[in-house]
Structure formats: structure tokens, C-alpha cells
Design a protein around this ligand. Structure first.
Ligand code: HEC
Ligand code: HEC
Ligand code: HEC
Ligand code: HEC
Length: 129
């Protein structure tokens, strides 16, 4: 009986160790959002984007990184697909930033309409001179 108990606790200890290793591996592999603000240069004036403000507001990564499938790798930059002009079925950069509710301006407008705290919707709120 005593032997069986010892075996049982030993088994539990091993299981615990295995699960901790698994948890650590998952966290180490998780892609994190950049902590520093990102700046986009364009002819209308530079736009600054901060991840932390958005994740704190409850916006999910996939809302913006809408083509992000392989979660072990960092998502692709928007401009890798969205170019100045429409390319194939990829809307142009201008639409990426201003059209539909997962674009910058589009989401701010939708949140504002729903009476929620939102980001800027005026040109000068995003484009600084
Ligand atoms: C509100 C929109 C939005 C949300 C939410 C968001 N991101 Fe981003 N993220 C962006 C934009 C825009 C860029 C800049 C892409 C570019 O340079 O073209 C970016 C860039 C990145 C990059 C750098 C990619 C590169 O070009 O090297 C990583 C990594 C990243 N995001 C991870 C995340 C993760 C993880 C989350 C969720 C915790 C997240 N993002 C949530 C919009 C967002
Ligand atoms: C791998 C290519 C790819 C990447 C990377 C990508 N997109 Fe897209 N995007 C597309 C395609 C294709 C469409 C059109 C089909 C659709 O809506 O899914 C689209 C559509 C959109 C639309 C809708 C525009 C409209 O006119 O309705 C928005 C907004 C958008 N993307 C924002 C972003 C943002 C923001 C990022 C970066 C955080 C990003 N996309 C990264 C390929 C991409
Ligand atoms: C799906 C919704 C959503 C998308 C997409 C989104 N935002 Fe926002 N944004 C918000 C919300 C919500 C806030 C307000 C957060 C708060 O004040 O707590 C915000 C706040 C901001 C602010 C104000 C920050 C401050 O200092 O108060 C800026 C600037 C901004 N967003 C820029 C951008 C840019 C640039 C993009 C596109 C790359 C973008 N946002 C995409 C929802 C969104
Ligand atoms: C919520 C933030 C936001 C607001 C509000 C906003 N923009 Fe933008 N705009 C962006 C972002 C982000 C880009 C993409 C920057 C880049 O990557 O070059 C952009 C790009 C542009 C570009 C360059 C497009 C290209 O193809 O090079 C023009 C022009 C522009 N915006 C005009 C405007 C005008 C006019 C208004 C007001 C009616 C406005 N924007 C409001 C965020 C915003």
C-alpha cells in the first residue's frame, strides 16, 4: 500500500513537471505585439500607431492582422500586401487605413457611432504635420 502511495505521488510530480514545461514552451513561442509606437510615413503626414492602447481597449490581434494564420510566426506587415494601387483582390493602402470597420478610421467611426470610447476620426487626429 505504502509503495503504491509513493508511486502515485511520484507520478503526480512527473505530470506536474511535464505540464510546466509545456506551459513555458507555449508562452515562449507566443508572438508579442511591439511595445514601441509605430510610425507610418505618407504624403498626408505621419501617423503614429500604438498597440498597447488598442489591446487594452479589447481589440483582438486578428481584427487588424486579418490574414494572420500561423501564430508561431509574427504577422506580415500590412504593406506587404496593401500597395498604393489595388493589386488583384487586395484593396489599396488608402482603403486599408480608412475603409471598412477593421481599418483605422473605419473602426474609430464605428466605435464612436456605438457610443464607445474611440480613436480619432478627423484627418488631423491621425496625420500630424
Ligand atoms: C488596431 C490594429 C492592431 C491590433 C489590434 C494589433 N495590431 Fe499588430 N500591427 C498593426 C499594424 C498597423 C502594424 C504595422 C504593420 C506594418 O508595418 O505594415 C502591426 C505590426 C505588428 C507586428 C510587427 C510586424 C512586422 O512588420 O514585423 C507584430 C509582431 C504585431 N503587430 C503583433 C500583434 C499582436 C500579437 C497583436 C495582438 C496582441 C496585435 N499585433 C494587435 C495593427 C494591429
Ligand atoms: C497577406 C496579405 C494581406 C495582409 C498581410 C494584410 N491584408 Fe488586409 N486585405 C487583404 C485582402 C486579400 C483583402 C480583401 C479581401 C478581404 O477583405 O479579406 C484585404 C482587405 C482589407 C481591408 C478591407 C478594405 C476594404 O476596402 O473593405 C482592410 C481594412 C484591411 N485589409 C486592413 C489590413 C491591415 C490593417 C493589415 C495589417 C495589420 C492588413 N490588412 C494586412 C490582404 C492582406
Ligand atoms: C477595431 C477597432 C480599431 C482599429 C482597427 C484601430 N483602432 Fe485606433 N483606437 C481604437 C479604440 C477603441 C481607441 C480608443 C482607446 C482608448 O482611448 O482607450 C483607439 C485609439 C487610437 C488613437 C488615440 C490614441 C491616444 O493617444 O489616445 C490613435 C492615434 C489610433 N487609435 C490610431 C489607429 C491607427 C493608426 C490604426 C490603424 C493602423 C487604428 N487606430 C486602428 C480602435 C481601433
Ligand atoms: C484613424 C487614423 C486616420 C485618420 C482619421 C485618417 N487617416 Fe489617412 N492614413 C492613415 C494611415 C494609417 C495611413 C497609411 C499610412 C501609410 O502606411 O503610409 C493613411 C494614409 C493616407 C494617405 C496616403 C495614401 C497612400 O496611398 O499613400 C492619404 C492621402 C490620407 N491618409 C488622407 C487622409 C485624409 C484626407 C483624412 C481625413 C479625411 C485621413 N487620411 C484620415 C490613418 C488615418
Amino acid at each position: 500500500m505504502k509503495k503504491l502511495k509513493k508511486f502515485f505521488y511520484g507520478f503526480l510530480a512527473v505530470m506536474f513537471a511535464v505540464s510546466m514545461v509545456a506551459v513555458t514552451m507555449v508562452y515562449a513561442g507566443a508572438v508579442k505585439a511591439p511595445t514601441k509606437p509605430l510610425t507610418f510615413q505618407n504624403k498626408k503626414g505621419p501617423v503614429t500607431f500604438e498597440h498597447s492602447i488598442h489591446t487594452k481597449a479589447g481589440v483582438k490581434c486578428e481584427k487588424c492582422h486579418h490574414m494572420w494564420k500561423d501564430k508561431t510566426k509574427a504577422p506580415k506587415g500590412c504593406k506587404e500586401c496593401h500597395k498604393a494601387k489595388k493589386t488583384g483582390d487586395v484593396p489599396r493602402l488608402y482603403s486599408m487605413a480608412h475603409k471598412s470597420d477593421h481599418s483605422c478610421k473605419g473602426c474609430h467611426k464605428a466605435f464612436k457611432k456605438a457610443g464607445k470610447k474611440a480613436g480619432p476620426t478627423k484627418c488631423s487626429g491621425c496625420h500630424k504635420k
